[in-house]
Design a binder for this molecule. Structure first.
Ligand code: FAD
Length: 392
C-alpha cells in the first residue's frame, strides 16, 4: 500500500520525535509521526532535564507544564560510598536566578504523555520502519507493507536507528563496556531533604544515584561493568543482589532499593554512536540519539535531542531549500552535540574507574575542584543552548 503523506515525516515518536513535531507545529508545519511501539508504555525510568532543555521547552511554551509535572530540584549532591559530600550544587541560585530555569526530574512516561497531549498531530503507532531509500524523493518502507514518500524524512528513531543506515551506512553503536540498571520506586518515603535533591554516589566500578519524581516516587540508576561475554539482560543482578551491593551506601539509595519489587529494575547496555561525518543525506536527516547517542554521564542525551528538535524545525521553516535547511541545522547543532558527547565519554571513564586507589584519588580530586569551575561549566552549557534568533 502506498499512501499520500504530509511533506515532513518523522520516524520515531520518542522524546526527540515528539518535540520535533511540536516545534514544527508551532511554526505552522504539520508533520506525520511514525512510531514502532504499538502503545506508549510507562517505562520505569526517570530523566533529569537540565537548564538547556528547559530553555528550549520554554520557547515551545511548555516549560512551566514540564516543571509542574516533574520535580524541580533545589540542589544536587555528589557523595562517596562512605557518605562524604564531595560536591554540592545549588541549583536554585545559579540556574534559576541567571536563566529562569533550573533542573527538573521527570518520569519519562509523564514527559511523553505531556508531549503527545500538546500535539495536534496524532502519532501513528505500530509503524516500524524497515528501510529507507531515495531516488527522486525519500522512501520509507514499514514492516506492515506501508510505503511513504514524503518531501523530507527525519530519523528520530533512537540509537539503533534504521534511518541512520541510509544517512551513514555501516555505522553501528560502539560495543558497550558498561551497563545501567534503572528503576522507579513508586511507594518510597524519602526524608524531607531528599524530596528536591538529586544524588550521585561515585564508587569503585559503580556510579549510582537518582532523583525524586514526586508522590513517593524516586528514580534510581546504577552502572556496572558489562558482564564479559554475556547478554546483560539475562545476567543482570537481581534486586536482592543490588540491595546487598548498595546496602552501606548513603541514603536514600538503600531505602529506595528496599522498596523495589523483583520486576521493577531493568538493565540497558550503555552504548554510544560514533561521531558521524554528516547528519543528513539528500532530503533525509537525523536528530536525537539516531545522530549522536551518548553515554549518560553528563545527563545530556535527551537535552541535546530537545535542542536538535527546536533548531531543526526552525531551519526547515527558514528556507524552502531542504539541503540548505539541513546545513543550517548541522552547522549549529553538530559541533555542540559532538563536544558534549566527548565530554560524556570522559565522564564515563571517570565514573567507572574499577581500581580502589583510582576511585579514591578521583573522589579526592573532585572534592578539591573549586565550585567556581563547576559553575562556569554549567553556565557555559546553558549559555550555549541552541536557540534560534527569531522566537516562535
Ligand atoms: C541509563 C540512561 C540514563 C539517561 N539519563 C538521562 C538524563 O538524565 N537526562 C538526559 O537528558 N538524557 C538521559 N539519557 C539519554 C536519553 O534517554 C536519550 O538521549 C533520549 O531518550 C533520546 O531520545 P530520542 O527520541 O532521540 O530516542 P529514543 O528515546 O530512543 O526514542 C526513539 C523512538 O523511536 C522509536 N523507533 C525505534 N526504531 C524505530 C523504527 N525502526 N521505526 C519507527 N520507530 C522506531 C522507538 O520506539 C522510540 O520511541 C539517559 C540514557 C540512559 C541510557
Amino acid at each position: 500500500m502506498t499512501r499520500e503523506s504530509s511533506e515532513v515525516a518523522i520516524i520515531g515518536g520518542g522524546i526527540c520525535g515528539l518535540v520535533t513535531a511540536l516545534a514544527l507545529e508551532r511554526r505552522g508545519i504539520a508533520p506525520t509521526i511514525y512510531e514502532a511501539a504499538s502503545e506508549y508504555r510507562p517505562v520505569g525510568a526517570g530523566l533529569l532535564l537540565q537548564t538547556n532543555a528547559l530553555l528550549v521547552l520554554d520557547r515551545l511554551g511548555i516549560a512551566d507544564r514540564v516543571r509542574d509535572t516533574g520535580t524541580p530540584l533545589d540542589d544536587s549532591i555528589i557523595r562517596s560510598p562512605d557518605g562524604r559530600v564531595l560536591k554540592r550544587f545549588d541549583l536554585d541560585h545559579l540556574e534559576r536566578d541567571e536563566f529562569g530555569h533550573g533542573f527538573v526530574a521527570i518520569h519519562r512516561a509523564d514527559l511523553q504523555d505531556l508531549l503527545v497531549d500538546e500535539l495536534d498531530t496524532d502519532v501513528n503507532l505500530g509503524m516500524k520502519c524497515r528501510t529507507v531509500t531515495a531516488t527522486d524523493k525519500p522512501t520509507a518502507r514499514f514492516t506492515d507493507g506501508t510505503r511513504i514518500r514524503p518531501d523530507v524524512l527525519i530519523g528520530a528513531d533512537g540509537i539503533n536507528s534504521t534511518v541512520r543506515n541510509f544517512v551513514a551506512p555501516g555505522v553501528e553503536p560502539r560495543e558497550p563496556d558498561l551497563i545501567a540498571y534503572r528503576a522507579v520506586a513508586t511507594t518510597v518515603e524519602v526524608t524531607e531533604k531528599h524530596r528536591a535533591r538529586g544524588v550521585e554516589v561515585w564508587g569503585t566500578g559503580t556510579y549510582t544515584g537518582g532523583a525524586p519524581l514526586g508522590e513517593n516516587r524516586f528514580y534510581w540508576f546504577g552502572t556496572a561493568p558489562m558482564p564479559s561475554g554475556k547478554d546483560p539482560a539475562t545476567h543482570a543482578e537481581t534486586v536482592s543482589e543490588l540491595r546487598e551491593q548498595f546496602a552501606e551506601f548513603p541514603e536514600p539509595i538503600p531505602t529506595v532499593l528496599n522498596s523495589l519489587g523483583r520486576d521493577d529494575v531493568f538493565v540497558t547496555p550503555l552504548e554510544e554512536v560514533p561521531r558521524l561525518d554528516s547528519w543528513s543525506r539528500g532530503e533525509v536527516c537525523l536528530a536525537g540519539d539516531a545522530a549522536h547517542a551518548m553515554m549518560p554521564f553528563a545527563g545530556q542525551g535527551a537535552a541535546q535531542a530537545i535542542e536538535d528538535a527546536l533548531y531543526l524545525a526552525y531551519s526547515l521553516s527558514a528556507t524552502d531549500d531542504w539541503t540548505e535547511a539541513f546545513a543550517m541545522y548541522e552547522r549549529e547543532r553538530k559541533p555542540r552535540a559532538d563536544r558534549i558527547s566527548s565530554e560524556s565519554r570522559r565522564l564515563a571513564k571517570l565514573g567507572s574507574i574499577q581500581s580502589g586507589i583510582g576511585a579514591r584519588v578521583r573522589n579526592m580530586a573532585v572534592g578539591f575542584i573549586p565550585n567556581l569551575l563547576f559553575q562556569r561549566s554549567r553556565r557555559q552549557r546553558a549559555f550555549g543552548t541552541s536557540l534560534p534568533d527569531d522566537p516562535i
